[in-house]
Write a protein that binds this ligand. Sequence first.
Ligand SMILES: *[C@@H]1O[C@H](CO)[C@@H](O)[C@H](O)[C@H]1NC(C)=O
Ligand SMILES: *[C@@H]1O[C@H](CO)[C@@H](O)[C@H](O)[C@H]1NC(C)=O
Ligand SMILES: *[C@@H]1O[C@H](CO)[C@@H](O)[C@H](O)[C@H]1NC(C)=O
Length: 442
Amino acid sequence: MAANIKISELSSNKAQSTDNSPSSSPPNFRRDILFRQYPLLIFGSLIGVVLSAIIITPLLINTNGTSSLNIKIETLDRATNMTPGKASIGSVNSKCHQLTFAPYTTYSTLERPYSISTGDVNGDNITDLIIGYNSWTFKITIYYGDGSGTFSTQSSIVSDLIPIAVAVADLNNDNIKDIAVAHFDYFGSVAVYLGPIYENIYVPRTLSVGDRPYSVIIGDFDHDYNADIIVANTFDSTISILWGYGNGTFTAQNTVNTLNGPISLVAADFNNDDYLDFVIANFHSSRISVYFTHGSGVFPTIKSFLTRSTPRSIAIGDFNNDEYIDIVVVNYINHTMSVLLNTGNDNFQSQMVYSTGELPMSVAVADLNGDTYLDIIVPSNRYSYFSIFLGYGNGYFGTELIFNTDLWPASITVDDFNNDNRIDIAVVNEGDDTLNIFLNTC
Ligand SMILES: *[C@@H]1O[C@H](CO)[C@@H](O)[C@H](O)[C@H]1NC(C)=O
Ligand SMILES: *[C@@H]1O[C@H](CO)[C@@H](O)[C@H](O)[C@H]1NC(C)=O
Ligand SMILES: *[C@@H]1O[C@H](CO)[C@@H](O)[C@H](O)[C@H]1NC(C)=O
Protein backbone atom coordinates (compact mmCIF):
# COMPACT_ATOMS: atom_id res chain seq x y z
CA MET A 1 0.00 0.00 0.00
CA ALA A 2 1.44 3.34 -0.94
CA ALA A 3 1.83 5.77 1.88
CA ASN A 4 -0.16 8.93 1.73
CA ILE A 5 2.58 11.44 1.06
CA LYS A 6 2.32 15.14 1.12
CA ILE A 7 5.20 17.51 0.97
CA SER A 8 5.08 20.24 3.50
CA GLU A 9 7.11 23.36 3.44
CA LEU A 10 9.44 23.55 6.38
CA SER A 11 8.97 27.08 7.54
CA SER A 12 12.18 27.24 9.45
CA ASN A 13 14.44 24.90 7.59
CA LYS A 14 17.37 27.14 8.21
CA ALA A 15 18.77 26.79 11.64
CA GLN A 16 17.93 29.69 13.82
CA SER A 17 19.21 30.62 17.16
CA THR A 18 16.12 31.44 19.14
CA ASP A 19 14.75 31.57 22.60
CA ASN A 20 12.33 28.91 23.72
CA SER A 21 9.27 30.37 22.07
CA PRO A 22 7.91 28.17 19.33
CA SER A 23 7.35 29.66 15.91
CA SER A 24 3.77 28.44 15.68
CA SER A 25 1.08 29.43 18.11
CA PRO A 26 0.34 26.75 20.67
CA PRO A 27 -2.98 24.92 20.56
CA ASN A 28 -4.82 26.02 23.68
CA PHE A 29 -6.53 22.68 24.15
CA ARG A 30 -3.25 20.90 24.65
CA ARG A 31 -3.59 20.91 28.41
CA ASP A 32 -6.85 18.97 28.27
CA ILE A 33 -5.31 16.37 26.08
CA LEU A 34 -2.35 16.15 28.37
CA PHE A 35 -4.52 15.39 31.35
CA ARG A 36 -6.67 12.99 29.41
CA GLN A 37 -3.57 11.18 28.38
CA TYR A 38 -1.54 11.25 31.57
CA PRO A 39 -3.96 11.50 34.48
CA LEU A 40 -2.44 8.61 36.33
CA LEU A 41 1.11 9.56 35.60
CA ILE A 42 0.60 13.09 36.79
CA PHE A 43 -1.38 12.08 39.83
CA GLY A 44 1.19 9.42 40.54
CA SER A 45 3.92 11.97 40.17
CA LEU A 46 2.52 14.01 43.04
CA ILE A 47 2.18 10.94 45.20
CA GLY A 48 5.56 9.77 44.09
CA VAL A 49 7.28 12.83 45.43
CA VAL A 50 5.91 12.07 48.86
CA LEU A 51 6.34 8.34 48.67
CA SER A 52 9.85 8.38 47.38
CA ALA A 53 10.93 10.42 50.37
CA ILE A 54 9.22 8.10 52.80
CA ILE A 55 9.33 4.64 51.38
CA ILE A 56 11.00 4.18 48.08
CA THR A 57 14.35 5.66 48.83
CA PRO A 58 15.17 3.72 52.00
CA LEU A 59 13.71 0.47 50.73
CA LEU A 60 15.10 0.18 47.32
CA ILE A 61 17.98 2.40 46.79
CA ASN A 62 20.98 3.98 48.28
CA THR A 63 21.51 6.96 46.09
CA ASN A 64 25.02 7.58 47.28
CA GLY A 65 26.27 4.07 47.07
CA THR A 66 25.28 0.79 45.57
CA SER A 67 22.68 -1.80 46.24
CA SER A 68 22.36 -5.28 44.91
CA LEU A 69 19.20 -6.83 43.66
CA ASN A 70 18.56 -10.42 44.49
CA ILE A 71 18.60 -11.53 40.90
CA LYS A 72 21.31 -12.96 38.80
CA ILE A 73 22.06 -10.72 35.88
CA GLU A 74 25.09 -11.95 34.09
CA THR A 75 26.54 -9.96 31.34
CA LEU A 76 27.50 -10.11 27.74
CA ASP A 77 30.31 -9.30 25.48
CA ARG A 78 28.27 -8.34 22.52
CA ALA A 79 27.68 -4.91 23.90
CA THR A 80 28.58 -3.17 20.71
CA ASN A 81 26.37 -4.98 18.26
CA MET A 82 23.56 -5.62 20.71
CA THR A 83 23.20 -2.05 21.88
CA PRO A 84 19.88 -0.61 20.77
CA GLY A 85 20.90 2.91 21.64
CA LYS A 86 23.10 4.71 19.17
CA ALA A 87 26.25 5.41 21.07
CA SER A 88 28.27 7.00 18.35
CA ILE A 89 26.16 7.57 15.29
CA GLY A 90 27.53 10.41 13.23
CA SER A 91 28.14 11.86 9.81
CA VAL A 92 31.42 11.23 8.09
CA ASN A 93 31.27 14.30 5.91
CA SER A 94 33.24 17.27 7.13
CA LYS A 95 31.77 20.01 9.24
CA CYS A 96 29.18 22.10 7.49
CA HIS A 97 28.50 25.72 8.19
CA GLN A 98 24.87 25.80 9.08
CA LEU A 99 22.55 22.97 9.99
CA THR A 100 19.80 22.68 7.36
CA PHE A 101 17.21 20.10 6.35
CA ALA A 102 15.26 19.68 3.12
CA PRO A 103 11.54 20.57 3.39
CA TYR A 104 10.17 17.67 5.36
CA THR A 105 8.04 14.90 3.86
CA THR A 106 4.92 13.69 5.62
CA TYR A 107 3.30 10.26 5.75
CA SER A 108 0.03 9.51 7.47
CA THR A 109 0.02 6.99 10.32
CA LEU A 110 -2.62 5.25 12.38
CA GLU A 111 -4.08 7.11 15.39
CA ARG A 112 -1.70 8.52 18.01
CA PRO A 113 1.75 7.40 16.85
CA TYR A 114 3.84 7.29 19.99
CA SER A 115 7.16 5.58 19.38
CA ILE A 116 9.47 5.12 16.43
CA SER A 117 12.36 2.72 15.92
CA THR A 118 14.72 2.02 13.04
CA GLY A 119 16.06 -1.22 11.64
CA ASP A 120 16.10 -3.30 8.47
CA VAL A 121 13.23 -5.69 9.14
CA ASN A 122 12.67 -7.04 5.61
CA GLY A 123 16.29 -7.98 4.93
CA ASP A 124 17.02 -5.65 1.97
CA ASN A 125 19.83 -3.88 3.85
CA ILE A 126 17.89 -0.62 3.90
CA THR A 127 16.73 1.02 7.11
CA ASP A 128 12.99 0.78 7.80
CA LEU A 129 10.91 2.68 10.35
CA ILE A 130 8.67 0.87 12.83
CA ILE A 131 5.95 2.85 14.61
CA GLY A 132 4.15 1.99 17.84
CA TYR A 133 0.89 3.59 19.00
CA ASN A 134 -0.76 4.91 22.13
CA SER A 135 -4.29 4.01 21.05
CA TRP A 136 -6.29 0.86 20.39
CA THR A 137 -4.81 0.29 16.94
CA PHE A 138 -4.06 -3.40 17.52
CA LYS A 139 -1.34 -2.80 14.92
CA ILE A 140 2.16 -1.50 14.52
CA THR A 141 3.15 -0.06 11.16
CA ILE A 142 6.34 -0.49 9.19
CA TYR A 143 7.52 2.05 6.64
CA TYR A 144 9.96 0.29 4.33
CA GLY A 145 12.87 2.44 3.22
CA ASP A 146 14.09 2.54 -0.37
CA GLY A 147 17.49 4.01 0.44
CA SER A 148 16.72 7.39 -1.12
CA GLY A 149 14.97 8.86 1.90
CA THR A 150 11.53 7.76 0.71
CA PHE A 151 9.42 5.25 2.57
CA SER A 152 7.13 3.97 -0.12
CA THR A 153 5.44 0.88 1.23
CA GLN A 154 3.62 0.81 4.49
CA SER A 155 2.73 -2.46 6.16
CA SER A 156 0.41 -2.83 9.11
CA ILE A 157 1.39 -5.70 11.34
CA VAL A 158 -1.28 -7.18 13.54
CA SER A 159 -0.33 -6.75 17.16
CA ASP A 160 -2.42 -6.48 20.31
CA LEU A 161 -4.18 -3.83 22.35
CA ILE A 162 -2.08 -0.67 22.58
CA PRO A 163 1.29 -1.49 20.97
CA ILE A 164 3.13 1.37 22.61
CA ALA A 165 6.83 0.59 22.18
CA VAL A 166 8.98 -1.36 19.74
CA ALA A 167 12.53 -2.73 19.86
CA VAL A 168 14.37 -4.09 16.83
CA ALA A 169 17.25 -6.62 16.97
CA ASP A 170 18.12 -10.19 16.01
CA LEU A 171 16.34 -12.40 18.54
CA ASN A 172 17.07 -15.86 17.06
CA ASN A 173 20.67 -15.62 15.83
CA ASP A 174 19.86 -15.72 12.09
CA ASN A 175 21.33 -12.26 11.41
CA ILE A 176 17.91 -10.95 10.43
CA LYS A 177 16.28 -8.25 12.51
CA ASP A 178 13.28 -9.22 14.61
CA ILE A 179 10.81 -7.07 16.52
CA ALA A 180 9.62 -7.01 20.14
CA VAL A 181 6.49 -4.95 20.86
CA ALA A 182 5.34 -3.91 24.33
CA HIS A 183 1.56 -3.88 24.80
CA PHE A 184 0.36 -1.20 27.22
CA ASP A 185 -2.18 -2.89 29.45
CA TYR A 186 -2.87 -3.81 33.06
CA PHE A 187 -1.95 -7.32 31.93
CA GLY A 188 1.04 -6.14 29.93
CA SER A 189 2.64 -8.35 27.33
CA VAL A 190 5.40 -8.45 24.75
CA ALA A 191 4.93 -9.79 21.24
CA VAL A 192 7.87 -11.24 19.34
CA TYR A 193 7.92 -11.12 15.54
CA LEU A 194 10.68 -13.08 13.84
CA GLY A 195 12.00 -11.51 10.65
CA PRO A 196 12.24 -11.03 7.77
CA ILE A 197 8.94 -9.22 8.10
CA TYR A 198 7.00 -8.30 4.94
CA GLU A 199 3.48 -9.42 5.49
CA ASN A 200 0.33 -7.80 6.79
CA ILE A 201 -0.85 -10.75 8.82
CA TYR A 202 1.42 -12.17 11.43
CA VAL A 203 0.59 -14.07 14.58
CA PRO A 204 3.29 -13.34 17.12
CA ARG A 205 4.44 -15.19 20.17
CA THR A 206 3.24 -13.24 23.20
CA LEU A 207 4.79 -13.20 26.67
CA SER A 208 3.34 -11.76 29.87
CA VAL A 209 5.00 -8.82 31.58
CA GLY A 210 3.84 -6.34 34.25
CA ASP A 211 1.38 -3.47 34.55
CA ARG A 212 1.38 -0.90 31.72
CA PRO A 213 4.79 -1.45 30.08
CA TYR A 214 6.09 1.70 28.39
CA SER A 215 9.49 0.68 27.10
CA VAL A 216 11.25 -2.43 25.74
CA ILE A 217 14.91 -3.14 24.96
CA ILE A 218 16.80 -6.09 23.52
CA GLY A 219 20.33 -7.13 24.47
CA ASP A 220 22.41 -10.08 25.62
CA PHE A 221 22.35 -9.30 29.32
CA ASP A 222 23.40 -12.74 30.63
CA HIS A 223 26.38 -13.26 28.35
CA ASP A 224 25.10 -16.42 26.70
CA TYR A 225 25.14 -14.95 23.16
CA ASN A 226 21.36 -15.02 23.03
CA ALA A 227 19.30 -11.86 22.96
CA ASP A 228 17.17 -11.11 26.01
CA ILE A 229 14.26 -8.69 26.42
CA ILE A 230 13.74 -6.20 29.23
CA VAL A 231 10.50 -4.29 29.68
CA ALA A 232 9.81 -1.34 32.00
CA ASN A 233 6.40 -1.72 33.69
CA THR A 234 5.56 1.84 34.61
CA PHE A 235 2.49 1.30 36.78
CA ASP A 236 3.77 -1.47 39.05
CA SER A 237 7.34 -0.14 39.20
CA THR A 238 9.06 -3.26 38.01
CA ILE A 239 11.09 -4.44 35.09
CA SER A 240 10.46 -7.81 33.47
CA ILE A 241 13.49 -9.70 32.20
CA LEU A 242 12.82 -12.39 29.61
CA TRP A 243 15.91 -14.52 29.04
CA GLY A 244 16.34 -15.63 25.44
CA TYR A 245 17.06 -19.19 24.31
CA GLY A 246 18.49 -18.00 21.01
CA ASN A 247 15.70 -19.51 18.92
CA GLY A 248 13.11 -16.80 19.32
CA THR A 249 11.65 -18.21 22.53
CA PHE A 250 12.14 -16.82 26.01
CA THR A 251 11.74 -17.73 29.66
CA ALA A 252 8.74 -16.43 31.57
CA GLN A 253 9.38 -13.01 33.03
CA ASN A 254 11.72 -12.47 35.96
CA THR A 255 10.35 -9.48 37.82
CA VAL A 256 12.61 -6.97 39.53
CA ASN A 257 11.48 -3.98 41.59
CA THR A 258 12.64 -0.54 40.51
CA LEU A 259 12.19 3.01 41.72
CA ASN A 260 8.80 4.58 41.12
CA GLY A 261 7.53 4.71 37.56
CA PRO A 262 10.18 3.14 35.29
CA ILE A 263 9.31 4.50 31.87
CA SER A 264 12.34 4.43 29.57
CA LEU A 265 15.14 1.90 29.12
CA VAL A 266 18.41 2.05 27.19
CA ALA A 267 21.17 -0.58 27.02
CA ALA A 268 24.86 0.25 26.66
CA ASP A 269 28.25 -0.74 28.03
CA PHE A 270 28.76 2.14 30.44
CA ASN A 271 31.99 0.95 32.06
CA ASN A 272 33.80 -0.40 28.99
CA ASP A 273 34.09 -3.92 30.38
CA ASP A 274 32.43 -5.40 27.28
CA TYR A 275 29.34 -6.41 29.26
CA LEU A 276 26.05 -4.79 28.47
CA ASP A 277 24.60 -2.51 31.14
CA PHE A 278 21.30 -0.67 31.08
CA VAL A 279 19.70 2.48 32.45
CA ILE A 280 16.12 3.21 33.52
CA ALA A 281 14.37 6.57 33.77
CA ASN A 282 12.03 6.54 36.81
CA PHE A 283 9.26 9.00 36.02
CA HIS A 284 8.01 9.49 39.59
CA SER A 285 11.37 9.31 41.35
CA SER A 286 13.31 12.11 39.63
CA ARG A 287 16.13 9.67 39.10
CA ILE A 288 17.73 7.44 36.56
CA SER A 289 19.04 4.08 37.72
CA VAL A 290 22.07 2.57 36.02
CA TYR A 291 22.43 -1.21 36.23
CA PHE A 292 26.14 -1.93 35.84
CA THR A 293 27.09 -5.52 35.18
CA HIS A 294 30.56 -6.88 35.82
CA GLY A 295 30.91 -10.17 34.04
CA SER A 296 29.57 -13.63 34.25
CA GLY A 297 27.82 -14.53 37.50
CA VAL A 298 28.25 -11.12 39.07
CA PHE A 299 25.28 -9.35 40.56
CA PRO A 300 24.73 -5.93 39.10
CA THR A 301 25.71 -2.74 40.79
CA ILE A 302 22.77 -0.38 40.72
CA LYS A 303 23.26 3.32 41.20
CA SER A 304 20.69 6.06 40.93
CA PHE A 305 21.38 9.62 39.92
CA LEU A 306 19.20 12.68 40.30
CA THR A 307 17.50 14.24 37.31
CA ARG A 308 14.87 16.94 37.38
CA SER A 309 11.27 15.88 38.00
CA THR A 310 9.52 13.46 35.59
CA PRO A 311 12.45 11.99 33.64
CA ARG A 312 10.74 10.58 30.55
CA SER A 313 13.20 9.40 27.91
CA ILE A 314 16.91 8.60 27.65
CA ALA A 315 19.54 8.74 24.91
CA ILE A 316 23.22 7.94 25.14
CA GLY A 317 26.53 8.87 23.52
CA ASP A 318 30.07 9.93 24.35
CA PHE A 319 29.52 13.68 24.71
CA ASN A 320 33.00 14.63 25.95
CA ASN A 321 35.17 12.24 23.93
CA ASP A 322 36.57 10.35 26.90
CA GLU A 323 35.50 6.95 25.51
CA TYR A 324 32.78 6.52 28.13
CA ILE A 325 29.12 6.60 27.18
CA ASP A 326 27.24 9.51 28.74
CA ILE A 327 23.50 9.95 29.28
CA VAL A 328 20.96 12.60 28.38
CA VAL A 329 17.46 12.37 29.82
CA VAL A 330 14.53 14.66 29.05
CA ASN A 331 12.32 15.67 31.99
CA TYR A 332 8.76 15.80 30.72
CA ILE A 333 6.77 18.18 32.91
CA ASN A 334 9.97 19.98 33.92
CA HIS A 335 10.67 21.12 30.33
CA THR A 336 14.38 20.36 30.73
CA MET A 337 17.05 17.87 29.83
CA SER A 338 19.72 16.56 32.17
CA VAL A 339 23.15 15.65 30.81
CA LEU A 340 25.04 13.20 33.03
CA LEU A 341 28.70 12.64 32.18
CA ASN A 342 30.16 9.21 32.85
CA THR A 343 33.26 9.28 35.04
CA GLY A 344 34.14 5.72 34.06
CA ASN A 345 34.27 4.15 37.53
CA ASP A 346 30.64 3.02 37.60
CA ASN A 347 29.68 6.58 38.34
CA PHE A 348 28.28 9.72 36.76
CA GLN A 349 28.78 13.39 37.50
CA SER A 350 25.82 15.42 38.76
CA GLN A 351 23.37 16.48 36.09
CA MET A 352 23.88 19.56 33.95
CA VAL A 353 20.44 20.94 33.14
CA TYR A 354 19.30 22.70 29.95
CA SER A 355 15.87 24.13 29.16
CA THR A 356 14.09 22.38 26.29
CA GLY A 357 10.78 22.87 24.54
CA GLU A 358 7.74 22.10 26.66
CA LEU A 359 6.81 18.49 27.40
CA PRO A 360 9.84 16.75 25.94
CA MET A 361 9.01 13.05 25.77
CA SER A 362 11.73 11.77 23.46
CA VAL A 363 15.41 12.46 22.83
CA ALA A 364 17.95 11.36 20.23
CA VAL A 365 21.68 11.83 19.81
CA ALA A 366 23.72 12.13 16.59
CA ASP A 367 26.43 14.21 14.95
CA LEU A 368 24.21 16.25 12.65
CA ASN A 369 26.67 18.86 11.39
CA GLY A 370 29.68 16.66 10.69
CA ASP A 371 32.00 18.18 13.30
CA THR A 372 32.37 14.72 14.95
CA TYR A 373 30.72 16.00 18.14
CA LEU A 374 27.39 14.52 19.17
CA ASP A 375 24.35 16.78 19.14
CA ILE A 376 21.04 16.32 20.99
CA ILE A 377 17.57 16.43 19.41
CA VAL A 378 14.47 16.98 21.60
CA PRO A 379 10.87 17.33 20.33
CA SER A 380 8.32 19.46 22.18
CA ASN A 381 5.19 17.35 22.65
CA ARG A 382 3.21 20.44 23.54
CA TYR A 383 3.82 22.32 20.29
CA SER A 384 5.08 21.41 16.84
CA TYR A 385 8.83 21.56 16.69
CA PHE A 386 12.00 19.88 17.79
CA SER A 387 15.08 21.53 19.22
CA ILE A 388 18.67 20.73 18.34
CA PHE A 389 21.48 21.43 20.79
CA LEU A 390 24.84 21.31 19.01
CA GLY A 391 27.57 19.60 21.01
CA TYR A 392 30.96 21.14 21.65
CA GLY A 393 32.57 17.74 22.21
CA ASN A 394 33.42 18.55 25.81
CA GLY A 395 30.12 17.60 27.43
CA TYR A 396 28.54 21.00 26.91
CA PHE A 397 25.89 21.96 24.39
CA GLY A 398 25.10 25.18 22.55
CA THR A 399 22.02 27.30 22.02
CA GLU A 400 18.76 25.67 21.07
CA LEU A 401 17.94 25.59 17.32
CA ILE A 402 14.28 25.15 16.38
CA PHE A 403 12.79 23.16 13.48
CA ASN A 404 9.04 22.94 12.85
CA THR A 405 7.18 19.63 12.64
CA ASP A 406 3.54 18.59 12.54
CA LEU A 407 1.51 18.78 15.75
CA TRP A 408 2.70 17.22 19.02
CA PRO A 409 5.87 15.38 18.08
CA ALA A 410 6.04 12.40 20.43
CA SER A 411 9.03 10.34 19.42
CA ILE A 412 12.13 10.94 17.36
CA THR A 413 14.83 8.75 15.85
CA VAL A 414 17.89 9.27 13.68
CA ASP A 415 19.68 7.41 10.89
CA ASP A 416 21.05 8.00 7.41
CA PHE A 417 17.91 7.35 5.34
CA ASN A 418 19.30 8.35 1.91
CA ASN A 419 22.88 7.06 2.15
CA ASP A 420 24.56 10.44 1.81
CA ASN A 421 26.56 10.01 5.03
CA ARG A 422 24.49 12.64 6.78
CA ILE A 423 22.29 11.76 9.71
CA ASP A 424 18.60 12.36 9.07
CA ILE A 425 15.69 12.63 11.48
CA ALA A 426 12.29 10.89 11.65
CA VAL A 427 9.61 12.08 14.03
CA VAL A 428 6.04 10.90 14.71
CA ASN A 429 3.37 13.44 15.67
CA GLU A 430 0.43 12.31 17.79
CA GLY A 431 -1.58 15.49 17.16
CA ASP A 432 -1.73 15.06 13.37
CA ASP A 433 -1.17 11.28 13.16
CA THR A 434 1.83 11.75 10.91
CA LEU A 435 5.43 10.78 10.34
CA ASN A 436 7.82 13.57 9.25
CA ILE A 437 11.13 12.81 7.55
CA PHE A 438 13.88 15.45 7.72
CA LEU A 439 16.72 14.81 5.28
CA ASN A 440 19.90 16.51 6.39
CA THR A 441 21.31 18.91 3.78
CA CYS A 442 24.00 20.34 6.00
C1 LIG B 1 22.68 -7.49 2.52
O1 LIG B 1 24.03 -7.40 2.97
C2 LIG B 1 24.62 -8.66 3.23
C3 LIG B 1 25.98 -8.41 3.83
O2 LIG B 1 26.66 -7.42 3.11
C4 LIG B 1 24.67 -9.48 1.94
O3 LIG B 1 25.23 -10.73 2.21
C5 LIG B 1 23.27 -9.65 1.41
O4 LIG B 1 23.31 -10.31 0.18
C6 LIG B 1 22.58 -8.31 1.24
N1 LIG B 1 21.18 -8.52 0.91
C7 LIG B 1 20.54 -7.84 -0.04
C8 LIG B 1 19.12 -8.20 -0.27
O5 LIG B 1 21.09 -6.95 -0.69
C1 LIG C 1 14.08 -23.20 21.89
O1 LIG C 1 15.13 -23.63 22.73
C2 LIG C 1 14.68 -24.17 23.98
C3 LIG C 1 15.89 -24.40 24.87
O2 LIG C 1 16.87 -25.08 24.15
C4 LIG C 1 13.87 -25.43 23.72
O3 LIG C 1 13.41 -25.96 24.94
C5 LIG C 1 12.70 -25.06 22.82
O4 LIG C 1 11.99 -26.24 22.48
C6 LIG C 1 13.16 -24.35 21.56
N1 LIG C 1 11.97 -23.88 20.86
C7 LIG C 1 11.89 -23.86 19.54
C8 LIG C 1 10.60 -23.35 18.98
O5 LIG C 1 12.79 -24.22 18.82
C1 LIG D 1 11.82 20.93 37.80
O1 LIG D 1 12.44 20.00 38.67
C2 LIG D 1 13.01 20.61 39.83
C3 LIG D 1 13.75 19.53 40.59
O2 LIG D 1 13.08 18.31 40.54
C4 LIG D 1 11.93 21.26 40.65
O3 LIG D 1 12.51 21.90 41.77
C5 LIG D 1 11.24 22.31 39.79
O4 LIG D 1 10.17 22.86 40.50
C6 LIG D 1 10.70 21.65 38.51
N1 LIG D 1 10.12 22.67 37.65
C7 LIG D 1 8.97 22.48 37.01
C8 LIG D 1 8.53 23.59 36.11
O5 LIG D 1 8.36 21.44 37.11
